[in-house]
Design a protein around this ligand. Structure first.
Ligand code: 13P
Ligand code: SF4
Length: 350
């Protein structure tokens, strides 16, 4: 087969893509609001949420003021689970588009809103449903395992969805005699192969934020802070080298943790370390500091910012609630097929 591209600019000709025109590269970052403006908008948002029977879900990479006003914050898996459990009429998803799509797939009868139409994801843009169909045709009988950072159309072609917190468990649950096509993140794929000791065919996609956190960043931090715990998101460009360092005994396995964003928050609550080197998007520092205010958190690399996540501001969240925009719609036939791998992911985790 022709080697897959790292980032695919063209995407499925679906209603979703037309309606949202998701960008391949993130827009510029918005300005931070003043404390007074945050208080004013937050009160307005909470009032609108009550009036409209809406639940606000926010990913751990959202700006702090959006995380603070939300009903639930969490990682992709945690938010999918919240979306599947809620009784609210509306779900306002402060995250990126594929996450809001998962909420809609799990709750088709509810109104799912995303406050900004530019909240795409470079990793989810890296594979299309047609590419998955072609890959399957070249590998008949293989099981397709896709990271949750994919469009609903791709999920409709998928057997099992995974997130960074359950990828290893899901792959371990697949019968040993089955070939696995894993995508779209090559760093997560390589991490899962090492953990499960199971070779897979891995799609060569990447997230532009995490791929930019390089092994050299990690090495420098380790040299500077030998007493710190090291927490690495498995999408990072440094995660595979961290596995190698671990295997060679160059870094201490008792102080190195490859974790989802939710796993990082849980880890700092349990760890006795005073300092943590953190290799993921900078939004995570807010929930980490709330979880453990007496510890020190240091980024493994400067500039790890997801501009897609940061498109969502308090103003846009308020407008979304007030004006019921922007509605996430998925073709019901696609949604029905996409629900299967998402529900498998949730049941393996639960
Ligand atoms: P988590 O599931 O760990 O929150 O990761 C989501 C994501 O988009 C990472 O870039
Ligand atoms: Fe997508 Fe990367 Fe942003 Fe996560 S950090 S939402 S993978 S672009």
């Amino acid at each position: 087969m022709t080697p897959p591209p790292t980032v695919t600019p063209e995407r499925e000709d679906s209603k979703r893509a037309e309606a949202f025109m998701l960008p391949v590269m993130p827009p510029p970052l918005p300005e931070a609001p003043s404390a007074e403006r945050i208080a004013e908008l937050s009160a307005e948002i909470r009032g609108l949420a009550a009036q409209k029977n809406a639940v606000i879900l926010a990913h751990n990479y959202q700006v702090p003021e959006v995380q603070d006003v939300a009903d639930y914050t969490g990682d992709s898996l945690g938010l999918s689970i919240e979306a599947s459990k809620t009784d609210a009429e509306r779900i306002v998803f402060c995250g990126v588009h594929f996450m809001a799509e998962s909420a809609k797939v799990l709750s088709p009868e509810k109104t799912v809103l995303i406050p900004d139409t530019r909240a795409g994801c470079s990793l989810a843009s890296g594979i299309t449903a047609q590419q998955v169909r072609d890959w399957k045709a070249e590998n008949p009988g293989a099981v397709v395992v896709m990271y949750v950072n994919t469009t609903a159309e791709v999920k409709a072609e998928t057997d099992y969805c995974v997130t960074s917190s359950n990828a290893v468990n899901v792959v371990n649950a697949i019968p040993q005699d089955k070939e696995i096509l894993f995508g779209p993140d090559m760093f997560l794929g390589s991490y899962v192969e090492k953990m499960t000791k199971r070779p897979m065919k891995v799609w060569m996609g990447e997230c532009h934020v995490h791929a930019g956190i390089r092994p050299a960043d990690l090495q420098k931090m380790l040299d500077d802070s030998p007493e710190a715990d090291l927490m690495i998101h498995p999408e990072c460009g440094c995660s595979t080298s961290a596995m190698e360092y671990l295997a060679c005994g160059d870094i201490d396995p008792d102080r190195t943790f490859i974790l989802s964003t939710g796993g990082m928050i849980e880890h700092v609550k349990k760890s006795k370390a005073k300092k943590f080197i953190v290799a993921t998007e900078e939004g995570i520092f807010h929930p980490l500091r709330l979880a453990a205010p007496d510890r020190e958190f240091v980024p493994a690399s400067d500039g790890a910012v997801c501009g897609f996540m940061k498109t969502i501001t308090l103003e846009r969240l308020r407008d979304s609630l007030r004006d019921d925009k922007f509605t996430v719609e998925i073709d019901p036939a696609i949604a029905e097929r996409a629900r299967v791998p998402i529900e498998r992911m949730i049941s393996i985790t639960a």
